[in-house]
Ligand binder design. Structure first.
Ligand SMILES: *[C@@H]1O[C@H](CO)[C@@H](O)[C@H](O)[C@H]1NC(C)=O
Ligand SMILES: *[C@@H]1O[C@H](CO)[C@@H](O)[C@H](O)[C@H]1NC(C)=O
Ligand SMILES: *[C@@H]1O[C@H](CO)[C@@H](O)[C@H](O)[C@H]1NC(C)=O
Length: 572
């Protein structure tokens, strides 16, 4: 099974490499600056593609139609609908039933990923069906059943832009940040950690979406990892153009790009998921938490309720393609008064880039940000005698000198603690035995102190000159890392991190992230429930039992919240 998957992955790689090679040889690099083909589409009668509501088939202007897409390993396709206009926003019931239709007519079900954070463009994912794989890789259309249109059609017959490939260089996202600079996210330009090209060797190109001609070419001002900072296009650029942005290494072809330059005026309403809006931010929050999730909705309530009680004011959840009930969980939490925002971040192995994005974009909303996973809980043994949780518990960590840009904390790794299934009382009351040694660090970051390059190693951000980091040993992170086997194996397979090697992968066997004593098989090791148990540590269990009673992630946690508006007090 495992090896079949590896073969499949290798096949994808070689196919895409071959295609790339052929394209280069034929001078056919799918690069939009030279792609002036007509993109008019013929619409099969039964289907009404999103984005075409307002235009008649065949007469659509290139800027307002269709989709573009990127092919990921494993024949997964991410499809973006162009332009997030209100007119093209899908109705809720339609979102669930979308279909990807490929050139030649092959189709597969499309799953909605929600709007992308920067532009609000709706993203979908589908698997490219067998028959489509052999053909040219045109971007599929995403189609919705349109009950008002009769008769069956047999698939897409129009032309869409060529699908981009995730395998090499690609510009996948961009966002205008406060001050007007544009962050451009690109894969494959800086190839290795800590080896960054000089910003001066990289040009930022703004070009017209319709005609493809460049309107501005400006040098980047920072270049680190997958993040490039670009000056905005000149103020003289006409505002009615749909502008796109890409990068070019000096002396080389521009990089294929999915990124649009969205003029700030178009971003009046935050392009977050529709069930939450950031419409009433009354100044900055003191502490926000940011996390990347995939299929961990069942842990979310406990994590949010607990952290809100001890001082996290707002939560940003970047969703990497969850298929569980995350949306419902978040809806419940927001209606209970918690400030939780979700955004889709579908790009594979881009965790650092997502954190850079988050640090830059939320700098206006949050003074401090803690970057933790949903199995990590900030806790201080000094809280064990308090009758109630208060926001000052964490807020007090931020009362440090103005030159402190980052507060680092140790992690305590908990083991399965005898559990054989997800504990009903929740994670922090269910797991009570841990390893003795504290390892790794997690940081609370002052967003205003983060270096312009946004360089980070997930746990740690590079700071601007003049700022330094400081340890706080009173507060630690309880990391429920080795849970009951059924949870652990899922978590590690899907772990949303570039940093962590898949634990079934034999590469890098001495990585700090590798679980000691585990082989390479997804088979429960003997004695798992009692592993990683060196110290009984019931401090957090006991104090949350006092605060919330048994089973703190459930209704009890909800009932004790006072106030229903975001930002009000959660004190009991
Ligand atoms: C979407 O699909 C579901 C299940 O197949 C079906 O019940 C529902 O009516 C469909 N909705 C629309 C709008 O077609
Ligand atoms: C999202 O999940 C996929 C599949 O588990 C993984 O390959 C990818 O690296 C994840 N993305 C990020 C940003 O971590
Ligand atoms: C933890 O507590 C349990 C029950 O009191 C005990 O049996 C076990 O030996 C303790 N484990 C350690 C590592 O101290």
């Amino acid at each position: 099974m495992q090896s079949r998957r590896r073969h499949a992955a290798a096949a994808v790689l070689s196919v895409t490499a071959l295609l790339a090679f052929i394209c280069v040889q034929a001078g056919l690099v799918a690069f939009p600056l030279r792609d002036t083909r007509s993109r008019s589409l013929l619409v099969p009668p039964r289907w009404l593609p999103l984005g075409l509501h307002a235009v008649r088939a065949g007469t659509a202007t290139p800027a307002s139609v269709g989709t573009e897409a990127v092919l990921l390993p494993g024949w997964e396709v991410i499809v973006l609908l162009r332009r997030p206009d209100a007119a093209s926003a899908p109705a809720d019931e339609n979102v669930q039933n979308a279909t990807c239709v490929f050139r030649g007519g092959a189709s597969s079900p499309a799953r909605a990923l929600g709007p992308l954070p920067a532009t609000g463009r709706h993203a979908y994912t589908c698997i490219m069906p067998e028959p489509a794989r052999a053909h040219r890789h045109d971007a599929p259309l995403v189609l919705f059943p349109a009950s008002t249109v009769g008769n069956a059609g047999d698939g897409a017959s129009g032309r869409s832009p060529e699908m981009l490939k995730w395998s090499d260089r690609i510009v996948y996202e961009s966002v205008v940040i406060v001050g007007g600079d544009v962050l451009v996210f690109a894969k494959g330009v800086n190839r290795r950690k800590k080896v960054n090209r000089a910003a001066a060797d990289i040009r930022c190109l703004y070009y017209r979406a319709d005609a493809g001609n460049a309107v501005a070419s400006l040098p980047a001002t920072t270049s680190a990892q997958q993040v490039f900072r670009c000056p905005p296009p000149p103020a003289t650029t006409p505002v009615d153009l749909e502008l796109r942005v890409t990068l070019a290494v000096v002396g080389e072809q521009p990089i294929p790009s999915l990124a649009t330059y969205d003029l700030p005026r178009r971003r009046d309403s935050p392009p977050m998921s529709s069930h939450v809006t950031e419409s009433t931010p009354s100044g900055k929050r003191l502490i926000c938490a940011c996390t990347m999730v995939r299929d961990v909705a069942k842990f979310l309530r406990e994590w949010v309720v607990y952290h809100a009680a001890v001082g996290v004011d707002r939560f940003y959840v970047y969703d990497n393609g969850s298929e569980d009930d995350l949306v419902d969980q978040v809806r419940h939490l927001t209606s209970d008064g918690f400030e939780v925002f979700t955004m889709s971040w579908p790009w594979p192995k881009t965790l650092e880039a997502a954190l850079s994005y988050s640090a830059a974009v939320h700098r206006d909303s949050c003074e401090w940000m803690v970057f933790i996973d949903v199995d990590e809980f900030l806790f201080s043994p000094h809280w064990v005698h308090s009758e109630n949780p208060t926001k000052s518990m964490l807020h007090s960590i931020t009362t440090v000198g103005e030159d402190i840009g980052q507060v680092s904390m140790w992690c305590a790794d908990f083991g399965p603690s005898g559990q054989t299934a997800h504990p009903k009382e929740g994670v922090i009351q269910g797991y009570t035995c841990r390893r003795q040694i504290m390892e790794r660090r997690k940081s609370l970051v002052r967003l205003g102190a983060v270096d312009r390059s946004l360089t980070n190693s997930v746990h740690y951000f590079l700071l601007q000159p003049g700022f330094r980091s400081k340890w706080n040993t009173r507060v630690r992170v309880n990391h429920y890392k080795y849970q009951a086997w059924d949870e652990f194996k899922v978590k590690f397979r899907r772990r949303a991190s570039t940093y962590t090697v898949d634990w079934t992968n034999k590469k890098n066997p001495r990585s700090n992230d590798r679980t000691p004593g585990l082989g390479f098989e997804a088979v429960e090791p003997a004695g798992w429930p009692h592993r990683f148990c060196e110290v009984n540590d019931t401090l957090l269990r006991d104090v949350t039992r006092r605060w919330y009673g048994l089973g703190f992630g459930n209704k009890l946690g909800r009932r004790r919240i006072i106030g229903t508006t975001p930002g009000s007090s959660y004190n009991v």
